[in-house]
Ligand binder design. Structure first.
Ligand code: AMP
Length: 590
């Protein structure tokens, strides 16, 4: 679609949105026709020839014959692909790349097929989101983006397929280069920095180059907000060294990778004037605990852009501290399996953001979920009763759903495990509010708590910290059922000094803040023991990050697991615990 000689991507999306129902039917029929005859589909379609079938009939047939699936149902096929079986198992197109989902939410990493379609949709959603953003926050063409992005290590499977995170495949793709050219904004760091494989060295260089190009930087971004906070926390320690490098046109000896050194040294040259301006700004910022760091250091930046919803919400407070009055724009909703929705209202605050589903990317179904009344809930799975999945055209405002995906990359009726709520519509497209991962994380008895429940409890419990001028850096938890009665352990890393009396109060407050009926009843009858708050020493969560990175995770897609039973992590956490509190007097005011 053209407007004033330029491709009008918003106009295109509006048209798609008007006809979302038929776009979904067509998308499904395209996926099934392209992959006609693959082993997985043959199992359900047997000898039915779908090639000539009318699209609506095919949609009904598909949902009646093919069952809902989880990753475990497909694992065997994906493993065969990884081992080099080149028969068409899930797709007719040969799969040459596998993505590693971050796995930090599920506890272990999963392989998911990645094809050219995956990079193309990434490019398309990035361009669409950029067009929406520039309506409200226009940026200068030819400007720069400080992109705090990182590729993971890539490796080959037995069958010769390349494995890496989805973002890693994208940064290595043609589409990533096209995005920079077509959106006329360029990342500050060269490819060698993004793919260095050492996130500490990449972060240093991203920050150094971001400051080298400071006047050209139009916005600051990362995939998940965690990496922005992580990078600026490092900056608080590194700024003097970075200023030295800007002054001398040199590069710190902490950068040891030759191709990174060469790539950065090719760009920078001595700039004493810039170095002293930055140094004096940093001295002032240090006095004010780095409040407003981003606009002070990047005076032309228009906004900060990143995923700030879901498990990233706990980092918002710190991000706001660094960003001051600069708008925080929440980035789109996606997963390793497929992109899901675009933020069409970039000015809405991260707490209220919704995502308009991309109906031409995958075929979406929605499992209606109803929360069981807490008293009646006796299943040991979760708190939801589910109905049969409905297509996109039948979702209802205010209803919660679990998302099911059928993708061009060979996933058929795949349960993503995310719970969303329909919060509105963009023409005929639902706008989704991300609620939580469906999986329970804390459960020792009849109690059922999700990541979101824990997040709310920690938010309440940590309110008292701000009075002590301390902040919660990060947190995780463990459902300890080793001794009877089982109990919850919550680990906090804190910045600042807090009196023991206050921490004891935080612990009691968290115990009292779980509203889940199972927890409340179990605590009253002491079939769940008092909650334990463990304060870990500074740097513990960085150690956890490093553990995951060593095992193939990438900083770009990293999410701290909010609950863990992983023995290595528990060992790190327990060895780093410097104070322990047990809540007492449950259900009574102290
Ligand atoms: P992964 O595939 O492991 O990188 O992570 C994908 C998961 O991250 C999704 O299934 C969501 O649970 C979460 N996620 C991705 N984008 C968003 C978003 N914009 N808001 C909230 N959660 C998100």
């Amino acid at each position: 679609m053209e407007r004033n000689g330029e491709y009008d991507i918003i106009g295109w999306f509006d048209e798609v949105a008007e006809t979302a129902d038929s776009v979904q039917t067509q998308t499904l029929s395209q996926i099934l026709r392209l992959n006609y005859g693959v082993e997985y589909l043959k199992k359900w379609f047997r000898d039915i020839n779908i090639q000539e079938m009318e699209e609506n009939a095919l949609e009904s047939l598909f949902t009646s014959l093919v069952p809902l699936a989880s990753h475990a149902d497909l694992e065997h096929y994906i493993q065969r692909i990884a081992d080099g079986d080149d028969a068409p198992l899930l797709t007719q197109e040969a799969i040459t790349n596998l993505s590693l989902s971050s796995g930090t939410t599920e506890g272990r990493q999963k392989f998911v097929p990645f094809t050219r379609h995956s990079s193309k949709t990434t490019l398309q959603i990035f361009k669409l989101a950029a067009a929406y953003r520039s309506r409200i926050y226009p940026i200068r063409e030819g400007g720069r983006i400080l992109e705090l992005i990182y590729s993971s290590k890539q490796f080959k499977t037995k069958g010769g397929l390349t494995v890496g995170t989805a973002t890693t495949h994208y940064y290595a793709s043609e589409e990533f280069k096209i995005k920079q050219e077509q959106t006329k904004s360029f990342t500050c760091s060269p490819e060698a920095v993004i793919s260095s494989g050492d996130y500490n060295q990449s972060t240093y260089c991203h920050l150094l180059l971001g400051l080298h190009f400071r006047d050209e930087v139009e916005f600051i971004t990362s995939t998940f907000a965690y990496s922005i906070v992580q990078a600026f926390r490092s900056f608080e320690e590194l700024w003097r060294e970075i200023c030295d490098d800007i002054r001398e046109g040199s590069l710190s000896s902490r950068i040891t990778i030759t191709k990174v050194r060469n790539a950065v040294l090719d760009i920078i040259s001595p700039n004493p004037c810039l170095a002293s301006r930055i140094a004096s700004t940093c001295e002032e910022l240090e006095e004010k605990d780095w409040f407003c760091m981003i606009p002070k250091l990047w005076p032309n930046a228009k906004y900060v852009y990143s995923i700030m919803t879901g498990s990233m919400q706990p980092y918002l407070r710190k991000l706001r501290h660094y960003a001051g009055n600069l708008p925080l724009v929440s980035a789109d909703y996606g997963s390793t399996e497929s992109w899901i929705g675009v933020n069409v209202d970039p000015s809405s605050p991260p707490e209220k953001v919704t995502f308009a589903v991309m109906p031409n990317f995958s075929y979406f179904e929605f499992i209606p979920l109803h929360r069981q009344s807490q008293q009646n809930s006796n299943s040991n799975t979760d708190d939801f009763i589910e109905e049969d999945p409905v297509p996109l055209s039948q979702v209802k405002l205010g209803q919660e759903y679990e998302i099911v995906l059928t993708t061009f990359t060979g996933l058929y009726r795949y349960r993503l495990g995310d719970v969303v709520e329909v919060a509105g519509f963009h023409k005929k497209i639902p706008k989704l509010n991300f609620i939580c991962r469906r999986k329970l994380i804390l459960t020792v008895n009849i109690d059922k708590n999700t990541e979101k429940d824990l997040q709310l409890v920690v938010e309440r419990g940590s309110q008292a910290l701000s009075k002590s001028k301390a902040e919660l850096v990060d947190f995780t938890s463990h459902a300890d059922a080793a001794k009877q009665p089982g109990h919850y352990v919550i680990y906090w890393e804190i910045n600042g000094e807090v009196e023991e009396r206050v921490l004891r109060e935080c612990c009691r407050e968290m115990d009292a803040s779980f509203v889940d009926h199972g927890y409340v009843v179990s605590r009253r009858t002491n079939s769940i023991g008092p909650l334990e708050l463990c304060i870990v020493e500074k740097g513990t969560f960085k150690k956890i990050l490093e553990h995951f990175i060593r095992n193939g995770a990438a900083l770009s897609q990293f999410k701290i697991p909010r609950c863990t039973s992983n023995q290595v992590l528990l060992k790190i956490l327990d060895a780093s615990t410097i104070k322990r509190f047990r809540s007492t007097a449950y259900g009574q005011e102290l």
